[in-house]
Design a protein around this ligand. Structure first.
Ligand SMILES: [Zn+2]
Length: 225
């Protein structure tokens, strides 16, 4: 980037600083005091101007690299507020709480229709108090497939069912935080092959389920049926 030809060695420290500052404005403030320090050191120690220039060039390069490293990383996509699923590419909310189900059951949640692999998110800070996995023989797995139960400090709990996969490393008993990715939409359990959706339940205070649509904030990109 910088020439170290004979010509450049005769450029003054000030000119080099100006050049660096002009090329990399954000580094100017960091370079200026460094250049002043090197100039004073060079004069005191009788170092040749060429050596002083080189030191300034290298100091300038280091300052530039630091400035780049200090740039904040681009923010990750944030989960929607008060909604348990990534709303893209597909989000169709079925208002089907209470619908009749086999064996005299009723539907305890709402089904959020999606595509395979959309992220599902923790609705609150809490603990993953229960997990069922396809084929593990637990009560939940035949119906819910891969399933998490997340419980918040106030006893409220949330059920996430039919997941295609869990986030690697998450285990039952683990503390998670609101907005954290817990797993991915799938069609496990009794969802029906290819019927990718999140079955989602809300149990306020640990009690009976309520219609999730009463407590969710539906993102603008979703449709409700
Ligand atoms: Zn359901």
């Amino acid at each position: 980037m910088f020439s170290r030809s004979k010509h450049s060695r005769h450029r003054s420290v000030a000119a080099l600083v100006a050049a660096v500052a002009g090329l990399v404005p954000s580094a100017a403030l960091a370079v200026a005091p460094l250049a002043a320090r090197f100039t004073a050191d060079a004069n005191a120690a009788g170092v040749s101007p060429a050596a002083a220039d080189l030191a300034v060039i290298e100091g300038g390069a280091a300052a530039t690299a630091s400035a780049v490293r200090l740039q904040p990383p681009s923010p990750p996509p944030s989960p929607p507020a008060n909604f348990p699923m990534q709303p893209t590419p597909r989000c169709v909310v079925l208002d089907n709480f209470g619908d009749p189900r086999s064996g005299g059951r009723t539907h305890e949640g709402a089904d959020l229709m999606a595509t395979l692999g959309q992220e599902v998110y923790a609705m609150a800070d809490g603990v993953l108090v229960y997990q069922s996995k396809v084929g593990d023989g637990t009560n939940g797995s035949a119906l819910g497939g891969n399933l998490w139960k997340l419980q918040a400090a106030d006893g409220t709990y949330y059920i996430y069912a039919h997941l295609s996969a869990f986030v690697p490393g998450l285990v039952k008993g683990q503390q998670v935080y609101r907005g954290q990715v817990l797993g991915f939409v799938g069609d496990t359990g009794n969802a029906g092959p290819g019927n990718y959706h999140l079955h989602f339940e809300v149990h306020p205070g640990g009690g009976a389920a309520v219609n999730p649509l009463r407590v969710l904030t539906i993102p603008a990109g979703c449709t409700v049926y």
